[in-house]
Design a protein. Structure first.
Length: 128
């Protein structure tokens, strides 16, 4: 006969969930002075998730830091590049980050990359 006084208490099982999507890697942020834009490029590696491979994302969110330190969503895209044409000013610093999403699941953000725009010359202007 088993002695119930020697039984251990039930254990609580922990289940891990592989994220639906991995964080993208922000590869570069560059300025194209002649066009007054910044260009972002990133990569995505579904094998970055463990223990199982992540899904391919439905798309990416591109975020830019505002002058007050807050972050604003610039755009969503299915590409791994984005051109920011939103109020790019001469001699200003801009910070960007991206994250992947699939359905309602979103990855953590990529690392932040910064770029400082050059002095835009008068020949860069589209106004006459």
């Amino acid at each position: 006969d088993a002695d119930p006084s020697h039984d251990s208490a039930p254990s609580s099982a922990l289940c891990g969930k592989t994220p639906a999507v991995a964080a993208p890697t922000l590869v570069s942020v560059t300025t194209v002075a002649a066009k007054r834009v910044t260009q972002l490029s990133w990569s995505y590696d579904p094998a970055a998730c463990t223990p199982a491979t992540c899904d391919q994302p439905d798309g990416y969110e591109v975020w830019r830091q505002a002058w007050n330190g807050g972050w604003g969503l610039l755009a969503t895209t299915t590409a791994t590049t984005y051109t920011d044409r939103v109020n790019i000013e001469s001699l200003k610093s801009y910070s960007y980050k991206v994250r992947a999403y699939k359905g309602t699941d979103a990855s953590v953000y990529s690392s932040v990359k910064d770029v400082t725009t050059p002095q835009f010359g008068t020949s860069d202007s589209t106004c006459q």
